[in-house]
Ligand binder design. Structure first.
Ligand code: FE2
Length: 195
C-alpha cells in the first residue's frame, strides 16, 4: 500500500463541542479512508501508482483518479487545519502578510466564512499563498485543489455536507462560524506560509 492516511492529529472528541466525535469518526473512517480505498483500487498496478499524491493531483488526465487523489490530500490537510484548544491568532510573517493582503485577521476570517458559505454545492474553502507571498481566499468545487494551480494552501475548510450534517443539519453557516472562530490552526498556516 503506497498511499497512507496519517492518524488524526488529535482525539476524535477533541474538536467538541464544535465538531462531534461522531462526525469526526464517520468523516475520517468512512469518507477519508473510503477515498483512499477507491484510489488504491483505481490505480493499483498502473504507472500512476508510482507517483506521489501531489504528482497525481497535478497530472492532467483521468478526472476520476484526480478526484480521489485530491480528496485524500484535501482531507489530510483539513484535519491539520483544525486544532482543539480554542481560537489562536496568526503570528510572525503570516500576520504581516495578512495585514498586507486583508488589513487584519478579522477581515480574513470574514472572507473565509464568506467563501465557505458561498460554495454552491460540495467543495472546499481555501486560504492560499501565491509565489510572491500574496494571500488569496476562494472556494473550490468538489475535489478541486489549489496545488494544481501552483498556489500553496495554508488552511482549508471542508464544506461537503458530510463535514457538518450530523452536528448542524443543513445549517452550514453555524459549522463554518465554529470552524473559523474556534478551530482554525494558525500555527499550521504559519508553517505552510514559511514552507
Ligand atoms: Fe470531507
Amino acid at each position: 500500500m503506497k498511499f497512507e492516511i496519517p492518524p488524526l492529529p488529535y482525539a476524535k472528541d477533541a474538536l467538541e463541542p464544535h465538531i462531534s466525535a461522531r462526525t469526526v469518526d464517520v468523516h475520517y473512517e468512512k469518507h477519508h479512508k473510503g477515498y483512499l480505498a477507491k484510489l488504491q483500487q483505481a490505480i493499483g498496478g498502473k504507472p500512476l501508482a508510482k507517483l506521489s499524491l501531489e504528482d497525481i493531483i497535478c497530472s492532467p488526465g483521468d478526472q476520476h483518479v484526480f478526484n480521489l487523489a485530491a480528496q485524500v490530500w484535501n482531507h489530510t490537510f483539513y484535519w491539520n487545519s483544525l486544532a482543539p484548544g480554542g481560537p489562536s491568532q496568526p503570528g510572525g510573517a503570516l500576520a504581516a502578510a495578512i495585514r498586507r493582503s486583508f488589513g487584519d485577521v478579522d477581515v480574513l476570517r470574514r472572507e473565509l466564512a464568506h467563501a465557505a458559505n458561498g460554495e454552491f454545492g460540495s467543495g472546499w474553502a481555501w486560504l492560499t499563498k501565491d509565489a510572491e507571498g500574496g494571500l488569496h481566499v476562494f472556494n473550490s468545487d468538489d475535489a478541486q485543489n489549489p496545488v494544481r494551480s501552483g498556489l500553496t494552501p495554508l488552511l482549508t475548510i471542508d464544506v461537503w455536507e458530510h463535514a457538518y450534517y450530523l452536528d448542524y443539519q443543513s445549517e452550514r453557516e453555524k459549522y463554518v462560524k465554529a470552524v473559523v472562530d474556534e478551530l482554525l490552526d494558525w500555527r499550521f498556516a504559519e508553517k505552510n506560509f514559511g514552507a
